[in-house]
Design a protein around this ligand. Sequence first.
Ligand code: SF4
Length: 468
Amino acid sequence: MAHPYCLQNALKKRPPVETTLFDMFKIGPGPSSSHTIGPMKAGADFCQCLAGLSDDRLVRASNIHVTLYGSLSATGKGHGTDAAVLAGLLGNTPEHCPPAVLPGLQADPEQSHSVTINGRTFKIGLKDIAFGPIQYDSPYSNTLSIELRDAGGKVLFAREYYSVGGGFIQWKGYTEPERGKPVHPYGTMRELSTIVRETGLNLHEIILDNEMAITGMTRPHIYERLNSIMEAMYDSVRRGLEASGKLPGTLGVWRKAQSLLEHSMEHNMPIGKGMGLLNAYAFAVSEENAAGGVIVTAPTCGSAGVMPALLYAMRKNLNVGERALCEGLLASAAVGFLAKHNAGIAGAEVGCQGEIGVASAMAAAMLAHARGYDGSVVENAAEIALEHHLGLTCDPVGGYVQIPCIERNAMGAVKAANAVLLATSEKNGQHKVSLDAAIMAMGEIGHEMNAKFKETSGGGLAVSMVEC
Ligand code: SF4
């Protein structure tokens, strides 16, 4: 019998990718897509559910209670998960949540807030959000339940949510929403490459065609939204480069993006300058993320510094045009989609290889595509970047997305650039490992990785550093 993770199995006919660009690239507050953005969306969704309840149920309701389980409970304090759910319940959505909301909620943990639904008002505060068991029988490690209760504690309505990575949420009984079907269906890189070959279309055109078919959006509308995504990425670099001081939390981590930028200017050798700039840009965004600033999930908050570092450098230092950047972003999405589809992109699911590893692979694909290399180079660059993150654990110290996360973004950005260098120096047919094989390996390693290395801060650096 074939090994469950062997390439033959990977390449069997798989259901097509139906993730969309704006499922993948979401603008929202840091520091964690699964621990901040997902829970905020769960809170907002719960309010929408309440709006659909009959008046006789609402009239008996008194308060809302939340319980966090698994990884959300283990590292939710450091990630601000409790404040994020509360912000969602108070009507905020990740894309439109003003930066002051989360720190404002965290500043007064005793305060009770009012949620008004159909003219009825219920009370909720941080003290109504419980950190439940870390070991919990659930299909996903990032689980939270939200309950509407009467004054005696009786549950009138409840929903169990799963934050499944990258800011995506599901809930018990969830079914995928009805959407269009992709016109170029693919479930693996091999199938995608075949479509490129047979249609003569460019990789980014295939992603665009599918996006239009799945979402019903027009091409100009997609480009307009992609431009907003890129602007949000550039903004996060600029804000991070201008900021200074200590990051929130108990670790006492100083922001370093500014000094890295200054240091990069002192380098005489192009390699030092290039790497120094990538480091500074990646730090800038990751520090913004750690501070709860607005970033773009690419594919997650924890790894949000990698893609913007490359994008900013391509625009500012390599003078790559906006159209090529946009097309590179589309190509990068294909890599993120396949990683999500066939392995996972959440630290809590597959470790940091799914966050920084996938971000690095996406960034490598973006750089190679934007610079005009053909599909095989794009695939090989992404594969190299991912291959050399395989096995990377998720062990955020103290539950904060700071150590090792911030430096790790810089390493992911530099590796992406080097992966393109390696891929472009190969001759046709020399490359041995396919992107499908690397993604399959990531899935196996991630799913068999001990839970203490998957965003619970129960092992690795999170333990050794604290105990030193
Ligand atoms: S270690 Fe990696 S996966 Fe874990 S929180 Fe940090 S960036 Fe995310």
